[in-house]
Design a protein around this ligand. Sequence first.
Ligand SMILES: Cc1ncc(COP(=O)(O)O)c(C=O)c1O
Length: 390
Amino acid sequence: MTIPATSADATALLGVYARVGPLFVAGEGSELIAEDGTRYLDFVAGIAVNALGYNSPVIRDAVLRALDAGLIHVSNLYRTEPGERLAAELTKSLGGGGQAFFCNSGAEANEGAFKFARKWSKKTDIVAFSGSFHGRLFASLAATDRPDYRRPFEPLLAGVQIVPLGDVEAAQQAITADRTAAVIIEPVQGEGGVRPVPAEFLAFLREQCDACGCALIFDEVQCGLGRTGTLFASEQTGVTPDMYTLAKPLGGGLPMGAILVSDAIAAALAPGDHATTFGGGPFVATVAHDVVRTIAEPEFLAAVRAKGAWLGDRLQRLAASSALVREARGRGLMWGLELNEVAAPIVAAARERQLLVLTAGPTVLRIVPPLTITREDLERGVTILGEVLA
Ligand SMILES: Cc1ncc(COP(=O)(O)O)c(C=O)c1O
């Protein structure tokens, strides 16, 4: 692999990110390569985006095929095949029925889902949960339980209530037949600390939404598309929402989000109700189609489950043997280590040993490697993590 020479300088980039560490110039498999040639084992995967790893032949082929077709963008004024095929693939994986709307990010998917819920329910309010993260736009941020992210930008969308996660009584009071349009929840919370939500709580929300005529939205932007070992994380709970929101891995690293809506909600929407210039264009949709097809293969998902079980076992053992680790939580290849102290110094120490991990809130270390990672690479990373934690 040839590594390009760089003359990079970050001073012209808006300072809303605290970027750290080396300048990355290439990637291969589960490794990122810095400009000096140092290889970093990547348990971050572009924040749970690069499900197929770096320089994936699946994505390469799809990109080249999309380029050969000569269509990067056409607009949603006209029909193109890739978006239609992708929508069919996603709805088929839900057992048929329903429809897809494509957008460009996770926050956008949630904003759209809120609009769809309002139109369908003819109500306004939204219920979300403690520890949630749904994005940084005015409605998705209002539903995000990070007061420090919200405060400088208030007033955000009105009518959004954040209820303690798992608190049935509080949720019962918050979800009402006269006001609530939507209830939004991540079946496995990501940014809020990697917390799988108990199936019973999701089932309770399903019942409550049915009783009150409001839309249940599963935000699977981070936990969806194979991350937890099934195509949708909620498959493992037996609970079906009215809408799924997806993004992160969907476009293979290209910006793409999706809202999958039930037939009933689809029936409430008409031309003009929602739109975005770029959503579901032929270039991204060609790539996303092949990403979804690859991940949805039963052998692929079985491999994620097997590697995830191995990783979970190793992390539980690490938690039991390290005074620094209070708990290991996760599903599939989405894990968090709750520490007894702030996690950022551990992230920095791991990076010094060429392992990339990230935080999920102040005291949680998050591990979300490419789904294609090998057992050997997982083992190498866990060994480094063990050394750092020791
Ligand atoms: C569960 C969840 N929802 C929504 C978002 C927002 O996605 P985006 O950053 O693509 O707007 C994120 C991003 O981390 C997420 O983890």
